[in-house]
Design a protein around this ligand. Sequence first.
Ligand SMILES: Nc1ncnc2c1ncn2[C@@H]1O[C@H](COP(=O)(O)OP(=O)(O)OP(=O)(O)O)[C@@H](O)[C@H]1O
Ligand code: SF4
Ligand SMILES: [Mg+2]
Length: 334
Amino acid sequence: MTAPMTRPMPAPMPEPEPAALLEVSGLSLWRGSRKILDEVSLRLGRGETLALVGESGAGKSTIAVALMGLMSAREARVEGRLRFDDLPDLLALRERDWAGLRGRRMSMVFQDAGAALNPCYTVGSQLVSVLRRKLGLGRAEARTRAVALLEGVGINDAAARLSAYPHQLSGGMQQRVMVAIALACNPELLLADEPTSALDVTIQAQIIRLILDQTRARGASCIFVLHDLALASQSCDRIVVLYAGQVMEAGATRTVLERPLHPYTQALKSCVVEIGTDELAPLDGGVPAYDRMPAGCRFATRCPRAAPRCAAERPPLATLDGREIACWNPGDPA
Ligand SMILES: Nc1ncnc2c1ncn2[C@@H]1O[C@H](COP(=O)(O)OP(=O)(O)OP(=O)(O)O)[C@@H](O)[C@H]1O
Ligand code: SF4
Ligand SMILES: [Mg+2]
């Protein structure tokens, strides 16, 4: 008697990846003939925190400003695709569509709160006007909400602070007000462009913690623009390492920073005495001028592993060991 035929069990279907809140694909940006961003791609999940890191001039703020639609066609030519939730192409939006999005569904905390806040208006009127304009609240309701928002960002005696002018507050308090304004409409995405670099070190950690706690409590996603690799490793789920407008390496922060496989990430990491203890020190050499960039990998002029093809042919962003990496010769340092 022949044994009954057994059908092989079908392999379990892989869990579909949840749709990202934000997907940036092939974002390039020119200022005149200078290509500042060169096919930047990144993905941000709902509730995720992502760090954009890289040396000065890497294009971190340019990405943030492009994501917020704050650049006019006269300032820059932009190509690529920015999908945000149900909006398939932010680059195709008209200015009046942006007005409904900016400040409501996505908002930004700038580096220098002192410069971002209007010195001629009290913090209360600046907060109340956002709530009235963006959410259509009446004056009394907006005032009550403004007090609650200031309390939420740790400002004592919030009702009395509404009548303070920005110059009457410390730098840390000004930045807390900026966070309150940015969170006023419960945005799904918060962009924080070096939100603490104008503050002293003891306040920096408090403000980063505040932004993380407040965005997590709201289930919002957050992009931090940072110089500081230690801060990125402590605060962010994912990291994107940028060099001269190109993505060099991206992935889960722990994966990328514990064992970076890109020579640039390795160089950045070697500038930190120990993760969690210091800021980045400058690397040897400099970023090439944007009008004299190599056609291929932009790090080729400083890379210890550069090969002849590197400067001529751009390495594609490819998956390797659980991260994305753009390098012809990735691996552990020799
Ligand atoms: N308004 C502008 N006009 C002309 N060039 C600009 C402008 N803003 C930025 N750039 C150039 O674009 C490049 C990227 O600048 P960006 O400010 O995005 O860098 P970054 O990574 O944010 O640097 P940093 O860490 O110093 O803030 C730089 O070479 C800069 O000189
Ligand atoms: S592509 Fe070449 S130059 Fe660029 S990082 Fe890799 S090895 Fe270095
Ligand atoms: Mg910047």
